[in-house]
Write a protein that binds this ligand. Structure first.
Ligand code: NI
Length: 255
C-alpha cells in the first residue's frame, strides 16, 4: 500500500481522463492521495476532489509563485478552507526565487502568514522551496516551525540541510528526481535522512521518474521512486513502502 503525499490532479493536464485515472489508483496499489493546493482556485478544486473520492485528502494553501492573488479578505476564506475536515495540511507554501515575480518581500510575507495560520489551527505545513534555502530555513526558524511540523516537499537542497530540517521535526518528500541519472545529490539526501523521515511523492503532473521521465506524471509511477529509495538504502521495496506509509499517517494525523 502506497501513500502519495503530493499530487495535483486538479491540473489541466488531467482534464481528459481525470476520473478514469483516479479510479484506477487503488487497484494499482496507490491507497491514499493528498491533492495539494497551489492557488486559491486549486485549493477549492483539491477540496472538491477530496469530497468526491474517499481515498483522497486535500491540502489548502497558496504557492509562493501565486501569492500576488492573496489579500486579507481571501486569506480569511483560505483559513476556513484549511479548517475543512479532509484538509490535512496547509500547503503548498514557501519561497521560490527561480522566477523574479512575485517579489521576495511578497513571497516572504505570505509564507509567514500561512505558517502562522498553520500554527494557529494546528495543522502541518507542506513547504515548497526553490533557490531559496537560506531564507526558507531562517523564516522557519524564526516562526518556530518545529512546533508546526510538516514536509519539505520535492526536496532539492544538500544532505546537510535536509538533516537540519529533520532536526526541526520535518519530513523530507522524495520524488522522481531521485531516479534521474544526474540525481547524485538526491542520492546523498536519501542516504543521510533516516527512512522514518522520508515520504513518497510525485508532484504529478510534473517530474515523472525514470523510465517515464519527460512524460505526464501520475501516482502510478510511485513504485519506481520507492524502488530507487530501497536500492539506495539497501533495504527491501516492501519496507520502504510500509515505513513511508506509516510516516505519512503520522504527519497528516490520519490514524
Ligand atoms: Ni506541488
Amino acid at each position: 500500500m502506497i501513500f502519495e503525499t503530493h499530487a495535483h490532479y486538479d491540473d489541466e493536464a488531467f482534464d481528459e481522463d481525470r476520473d478514469e485515472l483516479i479510479s484506477s489508483m487503488r487497484q494499482n496499489g496507490i491507497e491514499y492521495i493528498v491533492n495539494v493546493g497551489s492557488s486559491l482556485k486549486s485549493t477549492a478544486q483539491s477540496i472538491e476532489l477530496a469530497k468526491k473520492y474517499p481515498f483522497i485528502y486535500a491540502a489548502a494553501g497558496v504557492h509562493p509563485s501565486e501569492t500576488e492573488e492573496l489579500n486579507e479578505e481571501n486569506f480569511k476564506r483560505l483559513r476556513e478552507q484549511c479548517l475543512e475536515k479532509k484538509v490535512v495540511a496547509v500547503g503548498e507554501i514557501g519561497l521560490d526565487y527561480h522566477w523574479d515575480e512575485p517579489s521576495k518581500d511578497t513571497q516572504k510575507y505570505w509564507f509567514e502568514r500561512q505558517l502562522d495560520l498553520a500554527k494557529n489551527i494546528k495543522k502541518p505545513v507542506i513547504i515548497h522551496s526553490r533557490d531559496a534555502a537560506k531564507d526558507t530555513y531562517d523564516i522557519m526558524l524564526s516562526k518556530n516551525a518545529a512546533q508546526i511540523g510538516g514536509i519539505v516537499h520535492c526536496y532539492s537542497y544538500s544532505a546537510e540541510l535536509a538533516l537540519e530540517f529533520v532536526k526541526m521535526g520535518f519530513y523530507i518528500g522524495i520524488g522522481g528526481v531521485v531516479t534521474f541519472k544526474n540525481g547524485k545529490k538526491m542520492k546523498e539526501v536519501v542516504e543521510a535522512v533516516p527512512l522514518e523521515r522520508i515520504l513518497l511523492e510525485t508532484d504529478s503532473p510534473y517530474l515523472a521518474p525514470e523510465p517515464n521521465r519527460g512524460k505526464r506524471n501520475s501516482s502510478l509511477n510511485l513504485p519506481y521512486i520507492a524502488q530507487k529509495i530501497a536500492e539506495i538504502k539497501g533495504i527491501t521495496y516492501d519496507e520502504t513502502v510500509n515505513v513511508t506509509f506509516e510516516n505519512t499517517r503520522k504527519i497528516y494525523k490520519l490514524i
